[in-house]
Design a protein around this ligand. Structure first.
Ligand SMILES: *Cc1c(COP(=O)(O)O)cnc(C)c1O
Length: 413
């Protein structure tokens, strides 16, 4: 019997699918495009899918495959497909799951480009998206009909920091034969075991926590192997040939291959490094969030502090049960006005003004005037975006230095 390892040991010691020719302990960057076969028979077998072999790097690559295998080991999923970005992971997933004329249920508390993909791009291909309040099971149920194929939500929305009861939503979806797709970007596999809560497909931007240091844009689709794909018309043909692997094979052999959103070997190299030290980084981020949360709560210029890992936060209970008390590293604070937010942002010396999330560096942004500036005031209000709100993605710096920087910047107000 093999003993189950913890997250980090599992990631670091994931075996290569083939021993390296030079016994390298570290997976090399296989930069090449094409792979040679020794005989015509072998190339036939590979093309027929009888024996797996790399043939061309848009469809598979050894460095990318190793990243997929590592992510598979730490998620204990049935399959992992790495792609060029988080958006590629999301778009490939829905194009594989949903046929024209069918619908998806989602929330308007979504990453901006995901929202735009669902609202405009998919709509053009005849896929309808029904935006509901995901925390309201009755509203979800009201919107389900015979054409609903998937529910889609983010595990912690940002900047609203809303957490839903994932198991309850999954139970409802499964009762109607609907697949549960979760964007787990901000709660990577170290803190969230998605299958335990009924998630069938995880989509993630590996650009964020997994890359660590914001070194490369990438994404992944993780199939937990939990959904009965024969329930979805878009996968009928694939179920006949691949049964429980219907979704994986439709993505790999059709959508992913035809849209060409493959991950580069260099990106996979950075992600292989990032995945190994994810737990160390994430623990430090969470500890920083707790310490900063305490600091902000005591400061008289700060009107509101939100971080689901803080006792007393409205999302605290679900953050404990679903994410083991490590609910990512995004927090928000509210000051008295937009003017005060700008004064504060402009005075920061170490913390960087930037839009990314889960970098090693602490990043700060005023969402109202940036990420959401294209939306009307009413739409922003509906999305839970306030003029007085600041989003902070906490990095791995020393907590004391972060506190000192925030403290001196708050003095500008
Ligand atoms: C960044 C992000 C994405 C998109 O990922 P890219 O790698 O930038 O394409 C999707 N979902 C969430 C929650 C994100 O934060």
């Amino acid at each position: 019997m093999t003993i189950k390892k913890g997250y980090t040991s599992q990631s670091i010691h994931t075996p290569f699918s083939k021993k390296d020719a030079h016994n390298s302990l570290h997976m090399p960057v296989y930069d090449g495009v094409a792979y040679e076969f020794d005989s015509a028979e072998e190339i036939e077998e590979a093309f027929m899918g009888k024996k797996f072999a790399h043939a061309y790097s848009r469809t598979s690559n050894p460095t990318v495959e190793h990243f997929e295998n590592k992510l598979k080991a730490v998620t204990e999923a049935s399959s992992v497909i790495a792609l060029s970005s988080g958006m590629a992971a999301i778009s490939n997933t829905f194009l594989a799951l949903v046929e024209s004329g069918a619908n998806i249920i989602s929330s308007n508390h979504l990453f901006g480009h995901s929202y735009a993909l669902l609202k405009s791009t998919l709509q053009q291909w005849g896929i309808e998206v029904r935006f509901v309040d995901m925390s309201d099971l009755k509203e979800i149920e009201k919107n389900i009909d015979g054409k609903t194929r998937a529910v889609f939500f983010e595990t912690i929305t940002n900047p609203q920091l809303e957490i839903i009861d994932i198991a309850a939503v999954a139970k409802l979806a499964h009762a109607h034969n609907i697949a549960v797709v979760a964007d787990t970007t901000v709660t990577p596999p170290y803190v969230f075991k998605s299958a335990k809560f009924g998630v069938d497909i995880e989509v993630m931007s590996t650009t964020k926590f997994i890359s660590g240091g914001a070194a490369a844009v990438g994404g992944a689709v993780v199939d937990n192997g939990t959904f009965n794909w024969s329930k979805l018309p878009a996968l009928n043909k694939w179920v006949a040939n691949f049964e429980t692997k219907a979704f994986e094979f439709r993505v790999r052999k059709e959508i992913f291959r035809h849209l060409g959103g493959c991950m580069s070997a260099h990106t996979a190299h950075f992600l292989n490094l990032g995945l190994d030290i994810l737990a160390l980084r994430l623990d430090k981020c969470v500890q920083n969030c707790i310490e900063l949360g305490r600091f902000f709560k005591e400061h008289n210029k700060v009107k509101l502090v939100r971080y689901p890992g803080l006792k007393g936060d409205e999302a605290y209970a679900l953050a404990q049960t679903q994410f083991g008390g490590k609910p990512g590293a995004v927090m928000t604070i509210d000051l008295a006005s937009q003017e005060e937010c700008y004064l504060f942002l402009n005075r920061l010396q170490m913390v960087r003004r930037a839009t990314n999330l889960n970098d090693n560096k602490t990043l700060i942004i005023h969402p109202w005037s940036t990420i959401y500036s294209e939306f009307s005031e009413e739409e922003r209000a509906e999305m839970g975006i306030r003029k007085s709100m600041i989003r902070i993605s906490i990095g791995i710096e020393d907590a004391e230095d972060l506190i000192n920087d925030f403290k001196q910047a708050l003095e500008a107000i």
